[in-house]
Design a protein around this ligand. Structure first.
Ligand code: ADP
Length: 189
């Protein structure tokens, strides 16, 4: 799942994983868990999370590798929040080759910045995440535009990118994603 912050990646990814009976691997959730547990990785990552900056690639890749291998052995995964930089996408290709962790499809949820800002305000009220304040969120939008948006071209060139209108209702977005996966023979309804 590839999308700007607040686009609904987490919601759709967890629903999709439940529907397909496979793992939902959310890099942001895993990082927040490490921070809450006070692990060395969490201590290193906390400042980046609070500022809305990306955690260094090596930390994220190291954290995900074993989780991805375990999930792949059990039937697959929905990846939410990774890769987020071109370097991570290149690393993901290396994992595809060395660890048999190929990606079948990249779903891009397209949502306008105005709608993302509206949703951020609602999520801040509901969840109180440290990176959902207005200034940090603006920074996260800029980080997305600069570091993550180039992945659209990267995956577009490889023919695996599928665009979904993320401004529809949760059910409509889910139905569109499922239709794409069915066309690719990756899901049945
Ligand atoms: P959202 O779902 O709102 O886009 P996430 O929960 O995916 O937010 O990510 C929250 C934060 O976790 C990011 O701002 C970043 O600090 C960190 N993070 C998550 N995934 C990655 C990643 N692949 N690379 C670097 N940092 C990441």
């Amino acid at each position: 799942m590839l999308a700007p912050p607040g686009a609904g990646k987490g919601t759709q990814a967890s629903r999709l994983a439940a529907h397909l009976g496979i793992a939902h691997i959310a890099s942001g959730d895993l990082l927040r868990r490490e921070v809450a547990a006070g692990t060395p990785l969490g201590e290193e990552a906390a400042g980046y999370l609070d500022r809305g900056d990306l955690v260094p690639d090596a930390l994220v890749i190291g954290m995900l590798r074993e989780a991805l291998k375990r999930a792949a052995a059990k039937g697959g995964f929905i990846l939410d929040g990774f890769p987020r930089t071109l370097a991570q996408a290149e690393a993901a290709y290396t994992l595809a080759v060395t660890d048999d962790l190929a990606v079948d499809a990249v779903i891009w949820l397209e949502v306008s910045e105005a709608e993302l800002r509206r949703r951020m305000v609602a999520r801040a009220a509901a969840e109180g995440r440290s990176d959902d304040t207005r200034s940090v969120f603006e920074h996260r939008l800029a980080v997305y535009a600069e570091q993550t948006a180039p992945l659209l071209e990267f995956y577009g060139n490889r023919g695996v990118l599928h665009k979904v209108n993320g401004e529809q209702s949760v059910d409509e977005v889910f139905a569109d994603i499922l239709a794409i996966l069915e066309r690719l023979d990756l899901a049945s309804s």
